[in-house]
Design a binder for this molecule. Structure first.
Ligand SMILES: N[C@@H](CCC(=O)N[C@@H](CS)C(=O)NCC(=O)O)C(=O)O
Length: 139
């Protein structure tokens, strides 16, 4: 089916609008995040080491200024988890991996690697937070 010209114009307009919002609000959002990042809950060094061994198998694909990613990053900070983060917006390798292996360009996405080196790609901020909370609870 052919795309209507009006539809294409609207798409371009929205893309530019959100890009502008991101450019203007992005630095402010990052500053706010840095100033208000929650303090990590305390746990024993042994418990932290156990948790670190588990979270070594996790990678968060994200955009710096995506609000859903910020929500997940705040929870990661609060839970005191050490999780590698990859920029799927500007880092071409990460973006391609997210699209080809995860299945879609949507962030946040948590890549979970199992004992057989198989990856599961978990999308949706609430699902990721639920998964991380369970990990932190059981460790
Ligand atoms: N319901 C999703 C929403 C995620 C979402 O909309 N992420 C946006 C960035 S803020 C996205 O990935 N858009 C696709 C793109 O930028 O190409 C969640 O809670 O994780």
């Amino acid at each position: 089916m052919l795309t209507e010209p009006g539809h294409t114009t609207m798409k371009i307009f929205f893309r530019l609008f959100f890009k502008t919002v991101r450019i203007v609000l992005g630095p402010l959002l990052l500053l706010w995040e840095r100033l208000t990042l929650p303090k990590a809950i305390e746990r024993s060094p042994a418990a932290q080491a156990r948790l670190d061994a588990i979270t070594r198998n996790l990678v968060l694909y994200q955009y710096k200024t995506c609000p859903f990613c910020m929500k997940v990053r705040r929870r990661i900070a609060r839970l005191g988890l050490n999780i590698e983060k990859r920029d799927a917006q500007y880092d071409a390798t990460s973006r391609t991996a997210l699209e080809q292996q995860g299945g879609q360009i949507k962030v946040p996405c948590l890549r979970i690697t199992d004992a057989n080196d198989q990856h599961t790609w978990l999308y949706e901020s609430n699902a990721i937070i639920g998964y991380l909370e369970e990990l932190a609870d059981f460790s």
